[in-house]
Write a protein that binds this ligand. Structure first.
Ligand code: PLP
Length: 390
């Protein structure tokens, strides 16, 4: 099976992990802060908090921004469920903003319109979570402008987008948001096995997230309610979690970061090859927004015209049978029974529905060979319907 994405592990990565395994600290040691520093400085952000997943990072980001029961959080419907679940963990309500038909990211027009209506109804979101689908940044400047007008905070779900840029600056630099979250799951751009990170320029937010990562416990006297009883002393200030990343994972992360730009460049080569191979096919290719340099986590095409229109399911099942690990990113979150029960209806999201009917993710990862890629394209364009004739 050719997967849609997979990790790329070098001997240097293995050596870095082994070195930590032989050291004094395999968790809560020096490598986690080192990894945080490497990622923050790569992005041009001041601070970072490494955690055990992007899901955890989204959760503590919401908590640090004060999301709680009675609050409202908006995100894109075309995302992994974690982008919405983080608000539910905090007891907040979730709503979705329909997608842009070209980028498949949250539509700025829909966001602006929905905000206007929300203001009239007196129920504005506290936090908006734009998701950089496939690694291509949302139009963050426009979202930021709306956040100033309507008074909401912004968490970028950049799980797909480390290594990408927006308006010439790295995703994660925080120019247009409060917190940016990355995922280091093996299918993403770089990996730590499981892992995630929240980056920010706000010293209060970073301190709060770091405390939530580790049980809500502090060792800083300045955060305590009374002077320490002794040098053993710590205080639990609030209810936190164990969301810590290990030094074993962080070592893999530091090592992977050295190849981040190379990984993204390789993804762009694969993308250009797909463009050439598919230029005459009736397949809608990904659209590159002029303001964004995508990290190209996913290569999503749409079977929206010509002989392939309406054949997505058949093409998908056939490619899977033939060993091509195509995928669908994503089933719109409001279609999940858990969210359906909250009363969401597909009629509210026409662009997400069209997308869901036509999209298919083709394999893209550093190490995908030209031969594999040709095979993917051949299988994709093979005439449909032949196997149902009998
Ligand atoms: C992968 C992903 C997450 C969750 O990442 P984990 O590290 O697996 O928790 C969240 N949001 C999006 C958009 C993702 O793709």
């Amino acid at each position: 099976m050719i997967p849609y994405g997979r990790q790329n592990i070098s001997q240097d990565d293995i050596d870095a992990v082994v070195e930590v395994l032989r050291s004094d600290f395999i968790t809560q040691g020096p490598v986690v802060p080192e990894f945080e520093k490497v990622v923050a400085s790569y992005c041009g952000a001041k601070y970072a908090v490494a955690v055990n997943s992007a899901t955890s990072a989204l959760h503590i980001a919401c908590l640090a921004l004060g999301v709680g029961p009675g609050d409202l959080v908006w995100t894109s419907p075309v995302t992994f469920v974690a982008s919405a679940n983080c608000a539910r963990y905090c007891g907040a309500d979730v709503d979705f903003v329909d997608i842009d038909p070209r980028t498949y990211n949250m539509s700025i027009a829909c966001l602006a319109e929905k905000l206007e209506r929300a203001q009239l109804n007196g129920r504005l979101p506290k936090v908006v979570i734009p998701v950089h689908l496939a690694g291509q940044s949302c139009e963050m400047e426009a979202i930021h402008t709306l956040s100033v007008k309507y008074g909401f905070r912004i968490i970028e779900d950049a799980s797909h987008a480390i290594g990408g840029s927006y308006k010439g600056e790295k995703v994660g630099n925080g120019r247009y948001s409060d917190i940016t979250v990355f995922s280091f799951h093996p299918v993403k751009i770089i990996t730590t096995g499981e892992g995630g990170m929240a980056v920010t320029n706000d010293p209060t937010l970073v301190k709060h997230m770091a405390r939530l990562r580790s049980h809500g416990i502090t060792r800083y006297p300045s955060e305590m309610t009374r002077p320490p009883d002794g040098s053993w002393y710590y205080q639990q200030i609030e209810l936190g979690f164990n969301y810590r990343m290990t030094d074993i994972q962080a070592a893999l992360g530091v090592s992977q970061m050295r190849r981040l730009d190379e990984f993204v460049a390789q993804r762009h080569v694969i993308s250009r090859d797909y463009e050439n191979l598919l230029k005459d096919a009736s397949v809608k290719l990904p659209w590159a927004h002029p303001d964004a340099y995508s990290a190209l986590h996913l290569y999503i095409v749409r079977l929206s015209s010509g002989e392939l229109k309406g054949s997505r399911r058949e093409v998908f099942e056939r490619m899977r049978l033939e060993g091509i690990g195509v995928n669908l990113h994503y089933i719109p979150v409001y279609r999940q029974p858990y969210y359906e029960r909250m009363g969401f209806r597909i009629e509210g999201f026409p662009e997400a529905e069209l997308y869901y009917a036509e999209a298919i993710t083709l394999p893209i990862f550093p190490g995908l060979t030209a031969e594999q890629q040709n095979n993917v394209v051949q299988r994709l364009l093979q005439p449909t319907g032949y196997q149902t004739i009998f």
